[in-house]
Design a protein around this ligand. Structure first.
Ligand code: ADP
Ligand code: DP6
Length: 397
């Protein structure tokens, strides 16, 4: 007598950043945020949960290594899920008393954990989604997202595919702080992402502690929360609804810049960008500058690509498919790999795109940008992916 379910869930990368909590126990944010869900065929967490009356206690393994099941955020998520199951069992006597069984959880990430590639987002989204499946919880995905939020704030956005907002909510109990899908991956097809891995080492200042330092010490954060993000959320939703890449790119880069500005405005200041990150910003700015023009209404048009950086030096570039090969060609030219970095491992899927790049055009573009070539091996890896769907049930028995 036992039950088992296996699910997978994707990573998401925000274009309007969450940075700051108004309640650190319930992980309630100081502003709303919006992200794109990345294709889980490339980056994902996969979690199996087995429930059995024979398991005397709950246990969890992450990438094959047993972790502490009593870690606060993990146990908050588990106890909340069990509580919801118990409520169902109390209402329906025919239901198996799964809430009294022990559970074993095994989860794998197919990419580096705790390296600024949002493993906590896919990991907690996957865990809560799998819990909702094994317990047959009669709640919708936004309600599951509230459960994921208790594990890690940004995880709540990984319960949906496509373009997802996390409404900050106003209630003290957090019952209106949840994720909602703004548009699906098929509503705006052809949105591509390139992750430029500058370093896959563990980050210095974790997001959790970093954002609270900002809440406590940054004056600029108050301005951001009150005066900037609310309008930006509306503008971004409009840009997505209208598939307006120019506005999307402008807002994405402005919000990444402001997020790093509030980090610098904290005391002691937090630095996430390094010289390579800054060089990537320069390249993208120069590349866009070649095609940007102002239309008669004064609006800037012709953006090819947008950068965004989370709490680490890695860059995420968003662009529409028609520009992928040029952008990748330029990056490959200015940030060449070392001969010891194997082509397949270094470029992954991007290798195929690169093979079709117009090399003469790229050389011409790069010369025109007037930027220097970086030493070989400045980037560790390039991951090419696109916008994808939400969590999947892989098996259930
Ligand atoms: P990242 O930048 O990768 O999100 P964090 O340091 O913010 O790194 O979060 C890493 C933590 O997220 C891990 O220590 C673990 O607690 C949690 N986590 C990561 N992957 C999983 C997973 N697959 N299942 C459950 N929890 C996970
Ligand atoms: C910069 O979700 O990792 O990636 O809620 O404390 O777990 P906790 O923080 P976390 O912070 C993510 C910060 C960010 C921006 C974002 O994803 O919106």
């Amino acid at each position: 007598k036992s039950k088992e379910v296996t699910c997978s869930a994707p990573v998401n990368i925000a274009v309007i950043k969450y940075w700051g909590k108004r309640n650190t126990a319930l992980l309630l944010p100081t502003n709303s945020s919006l992200s794109l869900t990345l294709n889980q065929d490339d980056l994902r967490s996969t979690t199996t949960i087995r429930a059995s009356p024979d398991f005397v206690s709950d246990r969890i393994w992450l990438n094959g290594k047993e972790e502490n099941i009593n870690a606060k955020r993990l146990s908050n998520v588990l106890s909340k899920a069990k509580e919801l199951r118990k409520e169902m069992e109390e209402k329906d006597a025919d239901l198996e008393k799964l809430s009294e069984w022990g559970i074993y959880i095994a989860s794998y990430n197919n990419f580096p954990t705790a390296a600024g590639l949002a493993s906590s987002a896919s990991g907690f989204a996957c865990l809560t989604f799998a819990l909702s499946q094994i317990y047959d919880l009669s709640i919708n995905l936004s309600q599951v997202s509230m459960l994921a939020r208790l594990g890690s704030g940004s995880a709540c956005r990984s319960l949906f595919g496509g373009f997802v907002k996390w409404e900050m909510g106003t209630k003290d109990d957090g019952s209106d702080s949840l994720a909602i899908q703004v548009a699906s991956e098929t509503d705006w097809p052809g949105m591509e992402a390139l992750i430029l891995v500058v370093s896959d080492a563990r980050k210095d200042t974790g997001s959790t502690e970093g954002m609270q330092l900002t809440v406590e010490t940054s004056e600029l954060l108050k301005h951001r929360i009150e005066k900037v993000v609310p309008q930006r959320m509306l503008d971004m939703e409009k840009a997505i609804a209208e598939k307006d890449f120019d506005s999307f790119a402008e807002i994405t880069m402005a919000d990444s810049n402001q997020f790093h500005a509030v980090c610098l405005d904290s005391y002691p200041p937090i630095f996430y960008l390094n010289d390579i990150s800054k060089a990537v910003i320069k390249v993208i700015t120069a590349l866009n500058a070649r095609s940007i023009h102002t239309d008669p209404s004064g609006k800037k048009k012709g953006y090819k690509v947008a950068y965004t950086f989370d709490a680490g030096p890695n860059a995420v570039l968003y662009m529409q498919r028609e520009h992928l090969s040029e952008v990748l060609g330029v990056i490959d030219y200015l940030f060449p790999r070392k001969s010891t970095q194997k082509v397949g491992e270094y470029y992954g899927k991007a290798k195929e795109v690169l093979e079709n790049v117009d090399k003469t055009n790229v050389a011409k573009v790069c010369d025109g940008l007037g930027l220097k070539q970086w030493p070989k091996g400045s980037l560790t890896r390039i991951i090419s992916t696109s916008v994808g769907d939400g969590p999947r049930v892989l098996s259930k028995e």
